[in-house]
Write a protein that binds this ligand. Structure first.
Ligand SMILES: Cc1cc2nc3c(=O)[nH]c(=O)nc-3n(C[C@H](O)[C@H](O)[C@H](O)COP(=O)(O)OP(=O)(O)OC[C@H]3O[C@@H](n4cnc5c(N)ncnc54)[C@H](O)[C@@H]3O)c2cc1C
Length: 406
């Protein structure tokens, strides 16, 4: 995009993907009702597809998303489905008997005490979205690391940013600068443990969930906050869960789609390890906070938060316990769309707020961030669609809610 620019990536992690990207479930869907949401995901997915077809395996598998919808879940997505149909997005409704037969799901649950306690009901339909699936987040990170390195981008790992350097554009050499009347800019970053890095053009903060904790020190808002999200890996190598994981007839891969259950619990197939990665997003009550070191998965959250939902529809989970678990953060913005803007014309570019879908939208987010840093007003995404860069900023931010939230 800009062969004359020189770019240094400063990252406190020891290798690429050391933040939330390496923790991701890396599921994707080109199935959103908000126009920009759809553009971001669809163009990124098409780019990933082209990379993989070009010979670089990203683990991209179009296994589909499958909502197992009880009455309440169905009601909550009904309007979204109507809109999806109007804009030509593909999905298929599956009869509960098909789900019983192919996925070995228990669909009639209303008389089960646990279902009443959890507040879920019989599965009324399956909603299968074909342009969706899973990929390998580590391979995506590796692809971009290699591609950027080959273009001359330099990387400094194990290098933590402590704060920004804010200076006047025209210093006058008096202590206490910049004064309110001076035109100030972010001219670099101070590093933990001493030292600094200067930027002659722009400082791009693409620090995900940690962005607010850094920029807020300087009176800058990222409008995002981190919330812990956990993944539990459960082996499905024995029947009956094995037949669920390797369900036939729902996609070309002979594995189950990414399944979303009532109460938004999910089951993400991880076929290389014969497992499902499972989780649920807890909202009210879970604080916005960063843990001291690495965020830790909580075994009791699995037992009390996730298992009660899963075992209603897939009783085999009752006999199983996760063999691995990990946690990261969702970097939430108020509307679920990324925040990409330059506050106070300061040469500081904020790019964060991926809100749990930064892998599936990552390519487009990168292009928009680069366009803003280079001063373009419009950006062309991989699919050739164009978007105003300010659509994800603050002043002329795109509006319209997303009706297909998971
Ligand atoms: C459990 C879980 C499941 C998810 N599932 C999905 C999914 O299925 N699909 C999907 O699309 N998305 C998913 N996501 C979200 C996705 O992983 C994120 O949206 C995405 O990784 C964000 O990328 P990023 O580059 O903004 O942040 P990150 O990948 O976190 O990168 C930020 C970088 O900044 C560095 N950094 C932070 N602070 C500093 C500092 N002070 N100094 C120097 N460097 C610093 C970090 O080391 C890190 O490398 C999931 C996330 C989690 C946690």
């Amino acid at each position: 995009m800009s062969p004359n620019s020189s770019v240094l990536v400063v990252d406190r992690a020891s290798a690429p993907g050391g933040g939330d990207s390496g923790k991701s479930a890396a599921a994707f869907r080109a199935f959103f009702t908000n126009r920009v949401n759809l553009m971001l995901a669809n163009s990124s997915i098409e780019f990933y597809r082209s990379v993989q077809e070009g010979g670089f395996d990203l683990g991209l598998k179009f296994i589909g998303y499958l909502w197992l919808a009880d009455k309440h879940l169905y009601e909550s997505v009904r309007e979204g489905l109507r809109e999806a149909e109007m804009i030509g997005l593909e999905f298929k409704l599956l009869d509960p008997t098909v789900l019983e037969e192919r996925l070995k799901a228990r669909v009639n649950v209303r008389d089960i005490e646990e279902a009443q306690l959890v507040g879920v009901g019989d599965i009324e339909a399956g909603i299968l979205v074909p342009k969706a699936g899973i990929m390998d987040a580590e391979k995506i990170v590796d692809y971009y690391y290699r591609a950027c390195s080959s273009l001359g981008v330099e990387f400094a790992f194990n290098t933590e940013v402590e704060s920004l350097i804010v200076e006047p554009r025209r210093p006058i050499g008096i202590e206490g600068e910049p004064f309110p009347w001076q035109d100030a800019r972010a001219s670099g970053v101070r590093l933990s443990g001493g030292g600094s890095v200067r930027a002659s053009k722009k400082v791009v903060m693409a620090t995900g969930s940690w962005t607010w904790s850094i920029v807020s020190k300087h009176g800058v808002e990222s409008f995002t906050r981190p919330k812990k999200r956990q993944v539990f890996s459960v082996k499905a190598s024995r029947e009956p869960l094995k037949s669920t994981l390797y369900a036939k007839g729902l996609n070309a891969h002979g594995i189950s789609p990414f399944i979303i259950l009532p109460k938004k619990a999910y089951m993400r197939p991880a076929p290389p390890e014969d497992s499902y990665w499972v989780g649920v997003s807890d909202e009210l009550g879970r604080p916005f906070e960063l843990e001291d070191l690495e965020p830790r998965a909580e075994p009791e959250f699995y037992v009390r938060g996730v298992l009660p939902i899963l075992s209603i529809y897939f009783p085999a989970f009752q006999q199983l316990y996760p063999h691995a678990m990990w946690a990261g953060y969702y970097d939430y913005s108020p509307d679920g769309l990324p925040i990409i803007y330059e506050p106070y014309e300061s040469d500081l570019i904020i790019s964060c707020g991926t809100s749990g879908s930064g892998i599936m939208k990552g390519d487009a987010i990168g292009r928009i961030t680069a366009a803003l840093a280079l001063g373009f007003e419009e950006v062309e995404l991989y699919t050739g669609e164009t978007l105003k860069v300010e659509s994800l900023g603050l002043k002329n931010r795109v509006s319209g809610s997303e009706k297909l939230v998971i």
